[in-house]
Design a protein around this ligand. Structure first.
Ligand code: TEU
Ligand code: CA
Length: 560
């Protein structure tokens, strides 16, 4: 693997709307982020991804962009962003923007012009078709937010347009070279501004299986999951290779793809030495247990399931490229509530989960609040839910006969609002996030789980994350943790998640007891020096390691 400038770094994701509100309107903003840069520096962050801050009607919380060259006034101004980029750079932090180009907003001028002249130049920037006389839609694909992917083109009852996501997010037609040129021009405009790169949104969707056709329905609605079409879509490399060659490579940009549904044989093309992207996320644990019947029918991810997903990805990727490892993001529920058995998410267990994913081979990402051990929040009524995806899943669950409470339980488990409640800065009103009324209520546990309290507590989850970051950058172990081989240790032992990093003398062993009960295991020959642990007083006797409930230790070879 060729060495790159961003290898060995630590990355962080901010969801701007919920990070810090500097002007009391209840919405997080760019000056708010700028005021917290030293907090991120102190955590050891090198790469900072901002979820969208572009002009948007926020139908999908900003993933519906109405102007790619403008900052939405809710978040601030372009000067605020330029200032943030400069201040971040002073601290050695590179800003990564969110590139959302599978679709734009229906309020983008391109779509407005398309509605004005569906058969003209801008109509061809989208997928616009004549509405079939028999009323049958061109295909039975189900949108990611539920319902058909076709809607009437505003002002044209005889025409339909395609949207894989919200109806206010019309898909851009990447088969059109003119549209692609518009995208490349915009991407280079941003890279010329000095950002470090992009996180690339929902990018696998830009290549559709054409011509449009039905796939077998997987629900009573007669529709089918988009996954079925994506399995049939081939040739995305033409677009992604062009995007790399015209934009990313000339700027030596860092790019990370949000890639679901990738074809395993294509992974070297995606993140290999000359890949379309620098990295892509491992979504193995994220998609584990998904049911075509929706969230309410999805399986719980046990510690053994989690270990199997993570180990499989590490094995699949190997030395092909640098995968990006997460336990959560703005689309997912809180990792500590998802991967730690219900009722056992103690600080020790949260630190165990942190160590287990953070020391894997790949680029570690922290999502805002994860470093505090922020948890899911209770939902008592569908009326309090903001997330469009959750609202759809509630309807799906109820249509399948689940009760109101069961449907709400599914939203508590998987809803995207879980990750979007305001960052918990301290135990003052609104958790110190805003002097106004937060756009989404603060999680009631902020009195205990908050930055101020954890910064002052040497045993906090926050301070454990700082130790993990320091370990990855420790000159004794950086090579092993960045480029070192990943090799499972005793994978057959249930609820024991343990793996080597590195080879020979530079090797580390992560050993986590992913359960409440104690256990003892035999240590591999030569290992006995504890470099990090989540509990005081790790116990090693005669080559055996004794682990308490949810205890994790990191060991290196003994240097007697
Ligand atoms: O998400 C892409 C996506 O397909 C999955 O995350 C998932 O299907 C979706 O979140 C519904 O649960 C990206 C963004 O991360 C997400 O926030 C946007 O809603 C979506 O694209 C559309 O831009
Ligand atoms: Ca604000």
């Amino acid at each position: 693997m060729q060495k790159k400038w961003w290898h060995g770094k630590v990355a962080y994701q901010i969801y701007p709307k919920s990070f810090y509100d500097s002007n009391g309107d209840g919405i997080g903003d760019l000056p708010g982020i700028a005021s917290k840069l030293d907090v991120l520096k102190d955590l050891g962050i090198d790469i900072l991804w901002l979820s969208p801050i572009y002009l948007s009607p926020l139908a999908d919380q900003g993933y519906d962009i109405a102007d790619y060259h403008a900052i939405d006034p809710r978040f601030g101004t372009m000067d605020d962003l330029d200032s943030l980029i400069a201040k971040a750079k002073e601290r050695g932090i590179g800003i990564v923007m969110d590139l959302v180009v599978n679709h734009c907003s229906d309020e983008h001028e391109w779509f407005k012009k398309a509605c004005g002249d569906p058969d003209g130049r801008y109509g061809k920037y989208f997928y616009i078709v004549d509405a079939p006389a028999d009323g049958k839609l061109p295909c039975n694909w189900r949108g990611y937010f539920g319902g058909p992917v076709w809607d009437e083109l505003p002002g044209h009852p005889d025409k339909l347009y395609l949207h894989l996501f919200h109806k206010k997010q019309p898909d851009l037609n990447w088969e059109n070279p003119e549209l692609r040129e518009e995208i490349y021009k915009m991407v280079n405009w941003w890279l010329d501004k000095g950002i470090a790169g992009f996180r690339i949104d929902a990018i696998i969707n830009i290549k559709k299986a054409l011509p449009f056709k039905d796939y077998p329905a997987d629900r009573a609605d007669g529709l089918c999951s988009i996954d079925k079409m994506l399995e049939d879509a081939h040739g995305i490399g033409e677009f992604l290779g062009e995007l790399r060659d015209r934009c990313f490579a000339p700027h030596n940009a860092f790019t990370v793809g949000e890639v679901f549904n990738e074809k395993e044989e294509e992974i070297p093309d995606f993140i290999g030495d000359n890949g379309y992207f620098s990295s892509m996320y491992d979504f193995g644990p994220t998609i584990f247990g998904h049911s075509p019947k929706g969230w309410a029918a999805s399986k719980v991810c046990t510690p053994e399931d989690y270990k199997a997903c993570v180990f499989a990805a590490q094995k699949k990727i190997g030395d092909v490229g640098m995968i990006s490892n997460i336990i959560e993001n703005h689309d997912e529920s809180r990792g500590v509530s998802r991967y730690i058995p219900k009722g056992e998410a103690t600080p020790a267990a949260k630190k165990l989960l942190a160590a287990e994913y953070f020391l894997l081979k790949g680029l570690p990402w922290i999502y805002q609040g994860q470093e505090l051990g922020m948890e899911n929040h209770p939902v008592s009524s569908i009326d309090e839910v903001d997330d469009v995806s959750s609202v759809d899943e509630y309807k799906v669950a109820r249509a399948l006969g689940y009760s109101d409470r069961e449907a709400l339980d599914a939203i508590e488990r998987f809803g995207r609002d879980n990750a979007r409640t305001p960052y918990q800065w301290d135990d003052s009103e609104n958790a110190g996030f805003s002097a106004g009324t937060p756009w989404l209520p603060v999680n009631a546990d902020y009195k205990v789980i908050n930055y101020k309290a954890e910064e002052a507590d040497p045993d906090s989850v926050l301070n454990f994350y700082k130790k993990l970051v320091a370990l990855r950058k420790d000159e004794r172990f950086a090579e092993a943790l960045t480029y070192g081989e990943f090799r499972p240790y005793l994978p057959e032992v249930e609820n024991f998640m343990s793996y080597f990093r590195g080879v020979g003398d530079g090797q580390l062993l992560v050993a986590g007891n992913f359960q409440r009960g104690e256990r003892e295991v035999v240590l591999p020959e030569g290992f006995g020096e504890v470099v990090l642990g989540n509990l005081e007083g790790a116990r090693i006797e005669d080559g055996r390691l004794f682990l308490r409930g949810y205890e994790v230790v990191v060991l290196c070879r003994r240097h007697d």
